[in-house]
Design a protein around this ligand. Structure first.
Ligand code: PBG
Length: 347
């Protein structure tokens, strides 16, 4: 190489010295309102409006607060919500999470209301038992006196319950059911029960397919009042050091017929996001930007370590670059506002 003709800085800058050139370098990472899903915590008490201490600016909402709360977001372009039920009273919790598919549950009552208020809004429901079980685990145990979680979670019974809950949400009008329990076989069981009820064509299955065991879920367990009463979830969530198992978990769900895949959490797992997108380019891939990631960024910005908007642009770009099509984030309302005002663009 002739050093007189070679100036690497010049070569680089010629690619992006102009705003439009910078945009052209970023065409594969467009960020649009429809990339985002906003998680909602629906409290059993219809008048609840409680800020969640560990998730600043995020609320547990009762049904009577929902319409006014969501209206400005829908006007800003919100296209999808992910519903979680929250139970305050232990008396509604039991061994098998019976209240999860009770017709009086906040989620089941909210779905038709949301459809009525916002007919265009896509309604996704998290399907799990942990917020409804007395032990706070995501499945059903063999017996009530548990020696250890590893030996006692009953896969068949757990999967059967998960499928029943998914069906109840589908019957209430959910467009997407999203099982977050990670038990083997639940996608198959959900699709079977939907097929038996002639609902397979009207409901999509978004699987939490690659879900790691993570300290980043800390604030969520407070938000959803779903912390395990004993033990942890390591025997049914992925070890953070795993790659092969993490990929195989999604392969399992593709084989069982999942429509949409997911990696959760995401900031520490973008290598897995990229690898999954390469392996399954024809499946929409979601990332869950989880509660601990939200809180970490919030507190960092509050302490003036960085600017919230600038750091979120960078983080969201990293998700899109890695291959995420869908981003589930508690920052969705803020980001939608910035997108609308054309302020979510570094170019
Ligand atoms: C329930 C569920 C969890 C999250 C989503 N669904 C908690 C867990 O698995 O422990 C975490 C979401 C977040 O941290 O924002 N199974």
């Amino acid at each position: 190489m002739n050093s007189q003709n070679f100036n690497s800085n010049h070569v680089l800058q010629s690619g992006y010295f102009h705003k439009t050139l910078r945009k052209w370098q970023s065409t594969n990472i467009l960020v649009e309102a429809s990339n985002f899903i906003y998680p909602l915590f629906l409290h059993e008490n219809d008048d609840a409006y409680e800020e969640i201490p560990s998730l600043p600016n995020i609320y547990r909402l009762g049904l009577s607060k929902l319409k006014n709360y969501l209206e400005p977001m829908v006007n800003d372009g919100l296209t999808c919500v992910l519903l979680f039920g929250v139970i305050e009273s232990d008396s509604l919790k039991d061994e098998i999470g019976s209240f999860a598919d009770n017709e009086n549950s906040s989620v089941i009552r909210a779905i038709p209301k949301l459809k009525e208020w916002f007919p265009e809004l896509l309604i996704a429901c998290d399907v799990c038992l942990c917020a409804y079980t007395i032990h706070g685990h995501c499945g059903v145990f063999n017996k009530t006196k548990y020696a250890s979680i590893d030996s006692c979670l009953n896969r068949e019974k757990s999967v059967e319950r998960i499928a029943q809950v998914a069906l109840a949400f589908a019957k209430a009008g959910a467009d997407v059911v999203a099982p977050s329990d990670m038990m083997d076989g639940r996608i198959d069981a959900i699709r079977n029960i939907l097929r038996e009820n002639n609902m397979l064509n009207s409901v999509s299955v978004m699987s939490y397919s690659t879900k790691f065991s993570s300290a980043f879920y800390g604030p969520f367990r407070d938000a959803a009042k779903s912390a395990p009463a004993f033990g942890d979830r390591r025997c049914y969530q992925l070890p953070s050091g795993s790659t092969g198992l993490a990929i195989r978990a999604s392969e399992r769900d593709v084989e069982e017929g999942a429509d949409i895949l997911m990696v959760k959490p995401c900031m520490s797992y973008l290598d897995i996001v990229k690898e999954l997108k390469r392996e399954f380019p024809h499946h929409p891939l979601a990332v869950y930007h989880v509660s601990g990631e939200y809180a970490m960024i919030w507190h960092g910005a509050k302490a003036n370590a960085f600017d919230l908007r600038m750091i979120l642009i960078e983080i969201i770009h990293s998700f899109r670059r890695a291959g995420a099509d869908i981003i589930i984030s508690y920052y969705t309302p803020l980001i939608l506002k910035w997108i609308k005002e054309n302020k979510f663009n570094l170019n």
